[in-house]
Ligand binder design. Structure first.
Ligand SMILES: [Zn+2]
Length: 304
């Protein structure tokens, strides 16, 4: 049975690696499995970079170990329920269009503004703005719970500690644009808006090594110049939000006060100075709401 499992596993890898690599893998894999010592050992989850190597990893055991780690993290961080697993990222992306009523006068060719991503998956997206609070517990919590999120940073709040967000980026979080100084965009000239948006594109590229494609205007306020400026700086999408999470409550845009498949949830890098709680408190609240309603948190960029 172990051999069959391994062969299947190798076949899957083989499809990715090509036939020549498959042959090599099969030889290597069978060689190890035939060693009676190896076969007699109970399957332990392989440690990352462990000497056993990838060829003897049992996917079922690995999944089980991952689930056990998630249950332990749920308990450790005080979540009410184990977060639901998001389905695989869609292979073909739906076309993203501007939400009705959110268009600017001449929107054609400008980046779409949307609050919800078109999908039938029971997923929502977590997006976190600004950057004032830099709580290392929060980064650890999200990493251990494997909850994806997207950061929209405003440089004036972040520049005293880029390292905090670099460490966050290293956990798989994408860093996106929320302007240099968090000004009310429609109150600025096109040129000033461009400085705010392109300036932050340059800063993020310099500090984090990647130029964002997502931009969120401060307060969700924008005009045609904002979208033109954003486009000229390389922005492809302008996701805003359909719900907002706080440590003690949710706020919804829709009359039904509910979540919907593909909804974008906004929250902030804030702590006790601004909120009735910490960032981990906020995550406990939003995850209880999301999980109770049967949703998983997926990564926004996977759907765009
Ligand atoms: Zn903001």
């Amino acid at each position: 049975m172990q051999l069959v499992g391994k062969a299947e596993h190798n076949a899957r890898r083989g499809r990715r690696l090509g036939l020549a690599a498959l042959a090599a893998l099969l030889v290597a894999g069978l060689g190890t499995a035939c060693s009676s010592e190896e076969a007699a050992k109970p399957q332990k989850p392989a440690k990352a970079g462990g000497a056993a190597g990838a060829a003897v990893v049992n996917p079922a055991a690995q999944r089980k170990a991952a689930q056990q780690a998630l249950v332990a993290a749920t308990k450790k961080w005080g979540l009410a329920k184990v977060p639901l697993a998001a389905p695989p990222a869609p292979k073909e992306k739906e076309e993203i269009t501007t939400r009705d009523g959110f268009e600017v006068e001449d929107h054609e060719g400008l980046p779409p503004v949307f609050t919800t991503v078109p999908t039938e998956d029971k997923v929502v997206f977590l997006t976190i703005d600004d950057g004032a609070e830099k709580d290392p517990q929060f980064v650890r919590m999200m990493q251990e719970l494997k909850i994806p999120y997207t950061a929209f940073l405003s440089d004036y709040l972040v520049r005293d500690n880029y390292k905090y967000f670099k460490d966050m980026q290293a956990t798989g979080v994408r860093i996106n644009n929320h302007t240099l100084n968090h000004r009310y965009m429609p109150g600025l000239s096109y040129e000033k808006q461009r400085q705010e948006i392109c300036g932050q594109q340059d800063t993020i590229q310099r500090q984090f090594g990647k130029r964002p494609t997502l931009f969120r205007p401060p307060y969700g306020n924008y005009n045609e110049d904002t979208l033109k400026a954003a486009k000229s700086c390389g922005i492809k999408h302008v996701p805003i939000w359909n719900a907002e999470a706080y440590p003690d409550r949710m706020e919804y845009r829709e009359w039904d006060r509910d979540l919907h498949p593909g909804d974008i949830i906004l929250t902030h890098f804030r702590g006790r100075e601004d909120w009735k709680g910490t960032m981990p408190d906020m995550i406990r609240q939003v995850m209880k709401t999301v999980t109770d309603k049967g949703y998983a948190v997926a990564r926004l960029e996977d759907y765009l």
